[in-house]
Design a protein around this ligand. Structure first.
Ligand code: NDP
Length: 330
């Protein structure tokens, strides 16, 4: 029976710890598709799982990693054959199903998407769930009929994984992008990704104590929730939309209905986890082709192996990561 290395999160008397362990492929069960993982990535949710957040992972010990790309090694059903290169993001991967921080995963074939031609496995994980979510946010805004000439699109949590890819995609599509960040030293980096201008969190929140704010944006992508989401909803132009995908600041939404009933604002909920695989496949295709940022390397915060992840969990939970961390697994 094949053994493999995996990061494992374990509960101890002193709290949750992460350590590398030897595991056996048999421990992953025997139904579904066995994938030898090459690359994974770091997302906010991975850090929640790896620090014992029971809203993400109920049972420990557990191997986190909500993203994986790799090669099919055994398939007992479905459309995949040995040797196919596939991505797996979301569903239960890395939550209560052992995830991409181990050298093998075993998942239902419905969770897998063939890696688009022309997209390197490593680049797929530079995007990862964050990139997929950014693409879904942009797609949801375009579905409302958003046009370039309508004006600026604002992105909150802009240096984070979702935010930075959203900035890069919107810029690639020709939008004027305003990036909201709390990181004073990241302005040049955000401009290099394609942001037209940068504002501070405080500037975004100016006047947010009122039921409505001066209309400023054609649309918004919000990764932060709480005050930042309400500020976005109160300051998009008449008929505009806000794609809401995250809670890095707060899960709360406290406001009146005025922006909805007086300005016809749309709040677009975005979920990358449970949505049908066919839509994930369409998003991956866009990321591989027309929406692919010209400089993929600019999105990267670093490359680590699973045993080097622990400090990054703390860092991402504190909002301190700029861009995307790629995890080399094989
Ligand atoms: P990151 O930690 O990489 O990015 C979040 C960013 O938000 C930070 O870098 C920071 O950006 C900003 N931020 C953090 N804390 C605060 C705060 N208190 N107030 C204001 N801004 C803050 O996370 P991800 O990009 O990976 O994920 C972003 C959010 O989206 C998370 O809540 C995550 O759970 C969610 N998510 C949801 C998905 C879905 O399917 N709906 C899928 C993927 C992620 P800056 O310093 O630039 O201001």
């Amino acid at each position: 029976m094949t053994t493999f290395r995996a990061l494992q999160t374990r509960q101890t008397d002193d709290g949750f710890i992460n350590e590398m362990v030897d595991r056996n492929v048999g421990e992953l069960g025997n139904s579904g598709v066995l994938v030898r993982v090459e690359w994974s990535s770091l997302n906010f949710k991975d850090a929640l799982s790896a620090t014992g957040n029971k809203g993400v992972t109920r049972h420990f010990p557990h191997t986190p990693g909500i993203d994986a790309v790799g090669v099919v090694e055994a398939a007992d059903d479905g459309p995949f054959s040995v040797g196919d290169r596939v991505t797996c993001t979301g569903y239960d991967l890395g939550m209560n199903t052992d995830g991409g921080y181990g050298q093998y995963i075993r998942v239902p074939s419905e969770w897998l998407v063939p890696l688009p031609a022309g997209l390197a496995p490593r680049d797929a994980m530079v995007f990862g769930t964050a990139g997929l979510t950014a693409a879904l946010c942009v797609e949801s805004l375009l579905d409302t009929g958003l046009q370039l000439q309508q004006g600026e699109v604002v992105v909150t949590g802009a240096t984070g994984g979702v935010g930075s890819v959203a900035v890069a995609i919107l810029a690639k599509l020709g939008f004027e992008v305003v990036a909201v960040t709390g990181k004073k030293d990241a302005h040049d980096w955000l401009k290099a990704l394609g942001a037209t201008r940068i504002i501070s969190r405080e500037e975004m929140l100016e006047g947010a104590d009122k039921p409505m704010m001066k209309p400023r944006w054609a649309a918004a992508v919000d990764c932060v929730g709480g005050d930042m989401l309400t500020a976005a909803l109160k300051s998009v132009e008449y008929g505009g939309s806000v794609a809401c995908c995250g809670l890095a600041g707060s899960p709360k939404l406290e406001m009146t209905v005025f922006p909805f009933i007086l300005r016809g604002i749309n709040l677009l909920g975005v979920d990358s986890v449970e949505l049908p695989c066919e839509i994930k496949q369409q998003m991956w295709q866009l990321l591989a082709d027309e929406w692919r940022p010209d400089d993929m390397r600019a999105l990267e915060a670093g490359e680590v192996s699973p045993d080097q992840l622990s400090p990054w969990f703390e860092k991402i939970l504190a909002g301190g990561v700029r861009g995307r961390v790629v995890v080399r697994v094989d």
